[in-house]
Design a protein around this ligand. Sequence first.
Ligand code: G4P
Length: 546
Amino acid sequence: MHRPTCGEFLSLSQSTLAAEVGRRRTFAIISHPDAGKTTLTEKLLLYGGAIHLAGSVKARRAARHATSDWMEMERERGISVTSSALHFDYGGFRINLLDTPGHQDFSEDTYRTLIAADSAVMLLDNRKGVEDQTRKLFEVCRMRRIPIFTFVNKCDRVGVPPLQLLDDVEADLGIRCAPITWPATDGTNLLGVYDRSAGTLNLFEKGKDHGQTRAPEEVAGLDDPKVEALLGGRARDRLAEEIELLDAAGSPFDGEALLRGELSPVFFGSALTNFGVESFLDHFLRHAPPPGRRPAAKGSEKVEVAPTDEAFSGFVFKIQANMDPKHRDRVAFIRVCSGRFEAGATVLNTRSGKPIRLARPQQFFAQEREAVTSAWPGDVVGIHDRGSLQIGDTLVTDTELEFDGIPSFSPEHFARVQVPDPLRRKHLDKGLLQLSEEGAVQVFFTDGATGPAPVVGVVGPLQFDVLLHRLEHEYGISARLEPLPYRDARWVTGPDSELRRVARGHDCALVHDRHQRPLLLFRSEWVRQSIEGRETKIEFHRMAQG
Ligand code: G4P
């Protein structure tokens, strides 16, 4: 028997690494609440062979809530704030779906999760098109220039005419849309979806679980008499007219433009009836990119880390506290960026300079947690942590490397945190610091860390409830929040005297974050925009790098 030599062994492991990278697709779904994200997630899991899980994502959430102390609160409110990563195999691919909170008050968490994704699926309700939350999440994807696929959902019922819907998306988001599939209707009812690239017609039958049971009809273009037989003359003419229009004036699919984040392939379907989901998934897997290079620094040098680099590297993008109240545990979610993640290995936390053992790593599959022995670039692994990790931390075996930090996103609600007993102030500061390192809130100071009570900023007000609850239950601090009248903020750079002048003159607040970076808080978006338009010596930033 031939035993591999050392050189052969190395190239063998290198080709395993390349193969594992090549078959991974790591993405998140971005949508406005109610567009159908939970339903689509369920249906995607179905294709991963988790048939028994269909209909159980909501149950999964409920079950997880029941195991969590402070999440009791959200269970009572019937919302979901948690997020983790689900993985499943389909057609030879390993798919990592980064699950994000359903409630928009926790969208800061979603923003950060998007930093760990290699692509995104924008889910739209066919009656509503682009909504507020979709727009904000889209902006984060655009900042990262990740490919965005669009799935127009709920097509089992009539919505905005598809041509108009796509015009709206293009005008609103400034991205070109390339419809891959197109709905055939009689004006009132969905009859099927035509796949422009495959030349197939998927017929829709009310009340059937189409995706699972029915193969698409092969048709030789829309002139094929079969199309008329299947749809009827009027619907066929209507479909042919729209497709002709798209062929002439629409954006053709362009894989390069997709990868640059300039063009979005569009699919029509219905997650609820599982219609159009499979063809979407097939196209998605063909065109979504595997894990790519990530920007980092090696000392003062800017570098890019390739997923196929042999040395392990990853970063923490999320910290979930108290997933299991019995153990008061904290799980740090790591996105693997290069090399092979091995359970039990000791790696370095570049920020703190301290070694950390990757003990008891876990991956998540619906409601199950499973132990992980190894993972590859694109995968997300949760490791237990006792407070040594922060959001944005780089974990490496190559000691010098540090990934670009995870940005902080400007909050929209602010409050001053008061503790009745001044002797508890130190405890409060410690609690707030830890919670801000976990990404639960952002903390600001008005006049140095020893000045008046700190200000906390959040993207959604429910984060305040979580903050008070956690301060009380985890730190024994009963704090009170005094709401502040600011609704918008920007990190600012410019001469200190200018920042103070603007703050004084416009009834703004000048605060500093925990990295001593100044921010201006404004009473409204309108005030902020008018100041931004006038002040030329100051630069305004919606995000601050890690
Ligand atoms: P979310 O996670 O984005 O918030 O949305 P979710 O999947 O919970 O779906 C929101 C509502 O939209 C649900 O109805 C769901 O059944 C419905 N829905 C999702 N996909 C489709 C679709 O393709 N077609 C139609 N017609 N409806 C769809 P609900 O009444 O709020 O909840 P439920 O009682 O059905 O669970």
